[in-house]
Each structure stands twice: as structure tokens, then as C-alpha cells.
Design a protein around this ligand. Structure first.
Ligand SMILES: [Fe+2]
Length: 293
């Protein structure tokens, strides 16, 4: 087929570029799966893709599409489909992270779609969590080995009902239980939730260590909710070190209209640069691969 395949940038991902009117729905699925397994991130570029084609294409390769219940940001539902969400409800920078790593039940896979390009800036940032791990100093690795991360969040009744998309306390208890999240319900039905997880996890194949978590954006946006599990603070110099590494190994995706990004959320971290215009429209789908990986 008339496509070109090349690395997205030095050392990360593969870009599948349409050279001559190839229908994205007719790409060789096995080849995509094999590239995804080896590289963890694929960019499909210059195909003729609208929102419906994006959904159709992602339906070919993924299952278990989910809504954003439990998510940390507010996301706009597109065309009434709870599994198709806009990522654009605010414009500031978001540092590199694994999606929804503040709870146990993470989506294994993510899709991004560029419905409209920003006028300027607003690149999506990505890096490989295996490379991130390799760059971390041995003292910091040791610290993360010894101490897990702890997210502690107070949420009002109105807020949790919106966040978890239920007003039933028993449903909330079930969700928290499934997510290994400790839940305290106060008299006024406001809640306190606590979730503990490692900063570094083994890769799915077991051969590598992967630095993937929600540490950097949490420290950036709501620092107080994140500590180590023993309630000690994550040292500022550690956060500084991690931010330096992140900047050094980041690859920026400068969106072109119709671009599709396929991401292994157990390995590849993502974030975005700030932007200023109202044009940028990037959609996301959260799901699992329809193949073993
Ligand atoms: Fe994200």
C-alpha cells in the first residue's frame, strides 16, 4: 500500500503517512498491531479522516471504550457519545503523565484525534516511560522503590456526584472498592478518598521498568494532594529532576488536521503545551486494545 513508515522522532514511535489516497480503514491491521506492540505509539497522518471515520477506525482496533467517570478534568462529550471526549476545557500546559493513573482502573490504551489544529502552540507532548526510567538517578529510583505515591482528595457531595456520574453512595463505594481506593464519607456526604500506587511499574512483557504515573501534573496543578504513602513530602529536588528529564526526552506532536495518535497507556506518557486560541480541537477515546499485548 502506498504509505510511508518512519519514526515520529529520534527514538520514539512510528508515523504512518498516507502518500496516495489510501483509505485508513483499509490499512493492514496486523502491521499496525505489530508496530504498536514494539513502539507503543503510532501517528497516522495525511489520511482523510473525519470524526465518524476516527470512531470507525478506532473501533477496528480497540474494545471496552469507556466514559470519563472518575476523571480529574472536565471533558466535553462530542456528538452525544460518552466515549468521544474533547480535551480542551482549559488551555494551560499539562505535564507528562499516564492517563488516569490516580486510580487503579486505567484505560490501557488511548486515541487522540485532531478535529481542528491550534493557530499556534498546543502541541501534544509524549515520551517513553522506559526511557524516563533509564534517565532517573539511582537515588530517586531507590526512593520510589521504597515509597509509593499517595493521592488524597477531599470532594464535596456535588463534586463527587458529577465526577463519578452517580448520586448513589453504594455505587460510589463499589467504584472505590474496584479501584483500590480508600473512601471516607463525612456526615454531610462530602468524601475523602485515598489512593496509593507505585511511581514505577514493570512493563507488560516484564522485561523493563516503566516510569509512568500522574506525579508531574499533580505536583504542577494541585501539589497538596500528592505525598508519599508515609505522608512525607516528595522532595522538591526530586520533582525538579523529573521535570528536567521530562523536558529532555519529550517529543512534540504538532497537530495536522485529521491526525490520529494511538498510545499504549501502560508505557507512553503524554501531556500538552499551553495554547491561546479557541480553534484547537483534539478528541480522545479511552479503551483497551482489541488484541493481546
Ligand atoms: Fe491526559
Amino acid at each position: 500500500m502506498n504509505t510511508k513508515i518512519q519514526p515520529i522522532s529520534d527514538g520514539i514511535g512510528q508515523e504512518i503517512i498516507n502518500l496516495d489516497n489510501v483509505n485508513i480503514l483499509e490499512l493492514d491491521k496486523e502491521q499496525i498491531v505489530s508496530l504498536f506492540k514494539s513502539d507503543g505509539i503510532l501517528l497516522f497522518r495525511r489520511f482523510d479522516v473525519d470524526t465518524d471515520t476516527f470512531k470507525e477506525f478506532t473501533n477496528l482496533l480497540s474494545i471496552d471504550f469507556r466514559n470519563y467517570a472518575g476523571g480529574a478534568f472536565s471533558r466535553r462529550v462530542i456528538n452525544g457519545d460518552q466515549t468521544l471526549l474533547s480535551v480542551n476545557d482549559f488551555k494551560s500546559e499539562i505535564k507528562l503523565h499516564g492517563e488516569m493513573y490516580y486510580q487503579q482502573n486505567i484505560p490501557l490504551m488511548l486515541w487522540f484525534f485532531c478535529a481542528n489544529t491550534p493557530l499556534a502552540d498546543g502541541e501534544t507532548t509524549v515520551c517513553d516511560g522506559r526511557q524516563f526510567f533509564n534517565e532517573i538517578s539511582s537515588s530517586t529510583k531507590e526512593l520510589f522503590n521504597k515509597k509509593k505515591l499517595k493521592f488524597t482528595v477531599s470532594i464535596s457531595k456535588e463534586e463527587w456526584q458529577k465526577k463519578y456520574q452517580t448520586d448513589n453512595l453504594n455505587t460510589l463505594k463499589e467504584i472505590c472498592q474496584k479501584n483500590n481506593t480508600h473512601l471516607i464519607v463525612n456526615d454531610d456526604q462530602s468524601i475523602l478518598i485515598e489512593y496509593i500506587c507505585p511511581a514505577i511499574i514493570p512493563s507488560r512483557c516484564g522485561k523493563y521498568q516503566v516510569f509512568i504515573n500522574s506525579l508531574l501534573p499533580t505536583k504542577q496543578l494541585s501539589s497538596k494532594i500528592l505525598k508519599f504513602e508515609d505522608n512525607s513530602e516528595i522532595p522538591e529536588e526530586v520533582v525538579f529532576e523529573l521535570n528536567e528529564i521530562a523536558e529532555k526526552i519529550t517529543t512534540e506532536i504538532s497537530w495536522q488536521k485529521g491526525d490520529i495518535l494511538m498510545i499504549d497507556n501502560t508505557r507512553i506518557l503524554h501531556g500538552r503545551r499551553a495554547f491561546a486560541d479557541d480553534q484547537r480541537d483534539i478528541y480522545i477515546r479511552l479503551c483497551s486494545p482489541a488484541f493481546s499485548f
